[in-house]
Design a protein around this ligand. Sequence first.
Ligand code: 13P
Length: 252
Amino acid sequence: MRKQIVAGNWKMNNDLEASKSLVKKIVKGLKKEKLKNTRVIVAPTFVSLAKVANKAKGTKVEVAAQNMHFEKSGAFTGEVSAEMLKSVGVKIVILGHSERREYFGETDAMLAKKVDAALANNMEIIFCFGEVLEERKANKHFDVVESQIRNGLFHLEASAWDSIILAYEPVWAIGTGETASPEQAQEMHAFIRKIVADEFNDDIAENVSILYGGSVNPGNAKEIFSKEDVDGGLIGGAALNAENFITLAKSF
Ligand code: 13P
């Protein structure tokens, strides 16, 4: 049975003290909760990763990085490798976020290399993709999403899919307060599951978790997460508040 997942992408928010305090509150708030078949993940900035991973160790909260480089080490100023993430206890990485694609020039080809590097290090990947508003208006959203998934992930062996979590994040819904409707999310998620089934097999498609991201909050999560092919959320703004995030983790 595929897992339900709530993942908080903290983006460029929270210094070390704020990150420690936030993870502490989340760990505490979830301690007594019975989270059936649900994983809870937080993704702080690189500077806080080691400390947050340490605080989350042995709890219900898992820790992810927001990005990584595909090389092991070397002259890549400002970058961090999979090996380095693992050295601080981080085994999950978000790749392909639209903000990385848009502001930092990450291409499908770079992302395919990052995916390979993460997998070579036995890391799990939350792989993000999604269309911009113009593409949706032009009815190109299915093509855009398919090509991002195809170029980033379809070169993989079937066995690699155990380590993949998909995250559909329509760019027009990120940080805008405007979510995709539950029907729009379901329609896209069902499409994604179908292309994975067609390229690989039904078993992989059935077992891969597909998260929705874009202005999810405690007020709209239940309805979105109730859709058959929506297995949880990748949360930005609402993940910065412990109470909201805990409510989201309990929204299934
Ligand atoms: P918001 O929840 O702030 O819209 O951000 C979504 C997102 O980009 C998560 O990665």
